[in-house]
Write a protein that binds this ligand. Structure first.
Ligand code: SF4
Length: 400
């Protein structure tokens, strides 16, 4: 049951939710803080603004825009000021506890939660962010339903890394961790999250294409991951990206074996169902490969998340992009456990796509046109995949 009280001295309304996998404490109306069960600050709302604290300790203000939410990183001074005010407010609530009209049990629970989060104050949070940065290569992106996953970097980077619009992994060479390295990574991840692991139900096997590895290596990776993070009721669910090209190179029987080891869903960044546009983007594989991959995964009991991208290909490809994407998803015969996401093209620094498109005389779509294309894609995809979730995917400003 949530705790609810009015401070007899100040008239502030105090609420707290301390059961479950997160602690949420609101010292007064319009001010709220969320923590994992280790007491690590994750998000806050105050002064009419909403913020995320990323695990690397960046503080990001959530903003809304035409093509979905955006985030603004606070400067070090802004972050220090915000955290100072937040923890002063929580300390004030701790001091006010004796006078609040609470049952003894509620007072004991709230005192315990406040002591835990106050012990994880600004200095310790900064140190925690340092540990996170040593533990992980930057987690460049996750599918939208995986933002609370337990990320394990069994591989680093992308095995292809040559799509002309993608700058996610240009900072690193693709490599797979050895079994010993991965075991050490899992141990460090377990120690880093501590009690906070309860918030992170599934494993996301990162980075971009971990499922490209051989079955022999994947068997070892899944076994180690489950050795550390198995749930009492069975294997912890595992999720990962796979390229459309590589997904079809494993048989349904191999996908079924990985499903037995925990693999629940593989996400394919298809971007478009038009082969000419795939070639222009230098994506690996063809639409046929993607359909074959989806059929193999689903036949093995693994659900899929198919990701398309509105706006890519500009005016030149617009019609073929939409029609081809709808036809490709229709041919995948998706079901209720599958998902389709429509992201929006965002120019990434250091990538070639914009210059190549300009040289080819392709006019970029305006923000309004991209929005309209996204809406059209979503509506037509829902019609051909009526049992499947079709949702927007806002990649701008992603942070774990
Ligand atoms: S879009 Fe996917 S396959 Fe292409 S480079 Fe980026 S991560 Fe790799």
């Amino acid at each position: 049951m949530p705790i609810h009280a009015t401070d007899p001295l100040t008239g502030d309304t105090i609420t707290a939710s301390l059961a479950g996998n997160a602690l949420v404490i609101s010292p007064r109306f319009g001010e709220s803080y969320s923590f994992d069960c280790a007491g690590r600050l994750l998000a806050l709302f105050r002064d009419g603004r909403s913020y995320q604290r990323a695990l690397d300790h960046r503080l990001l203000e959530r903003l809304s825009g035409r093509n979905g939410p955006r985030r603004r990183e606070l400067s070090p001074d802004e972050a220090q000021d915000l955290l100072g005010r937040a923890f002063a407010s929580l300390a004030g609530l701790r001091a006010a506890l004796p006078r609040l009209p609470l049952s003894e049990e509620e007072r004991r629970q709230l005192a315990g939660a406040l002591d835990k989060v106050l012990a994880f104050g600004p200095e310790r949070l900064a140190a925690d962010g340092e540990v996170f940065r040593r533990l992980y290569k930057p987690v460049s992106i996750l599918p939208p339903d995986q933002y609370l996953a337990l990320v394990l970097q069994a591989t680093q980077g992308c095995s292809w890394n040559r799509c002309t619009f993608c700058g996610l992994y240009r900072d690193r060479q693709f490599r797979a961790l050895s079994a010993d390295e991965f075991r050490a990574h899992c141990a460090a991840v377990r120690d880093f999250f501590g009690e906070g692991i309860s918030l992170r139900r599934g494993i996301f096997l990162a980075d971009a294409n971990a499922l490209v590895l051989s079955m022999e290596r994947l068997r070892a990776i899944f076994a180690i991951a489950q050795e550390f993070f198995r749930l009492p009721e069975g294997p912890r669910p595992v999720f990962s990206f796979v390229s459309a090209f590589d997904g079809g190179r494993k048989t349904p029987a191999e996908w079924a074996e990985l499903h037995e080891l925990g693999l629940q869903r593989a996400y394919l960044g298809l971007e478009t169902g038009d082969d000419a546009l795939l070639r222009f983007l230098n994506k690996p594989g063809t639409v046929r490969d993607a359909i074959k991959a989806v059929h193999a995964l689903r036949a093995g009991g693994v659900s899929v998340g198919v990701i398309l991208m509105a706006g890519i290909g500009g005016d030149r490809f617009a019609e073929a992009h939409v029609n081809g994407s709808v036809a490709a998803v229709a041919a995948m015969a998706l079901g209720p456990r599958d998902q389709v996401y429509v992201s929006t093209y965002v120019s990434a620094p250091g990538t070639e796509y914009d210059a190549l498109a300009a040289a080819a005389g392709i006019r970029p779509l305006t923000a309004l046109e991209i929005d309209a294309q996204r809406q059209e894609l979503q509506a037509r995809l829902r019609a051909v995949a009526p049992q499947t979730i079709v949702a927007p995917y806002h990649v701008d400003g992603f942070a774990l």
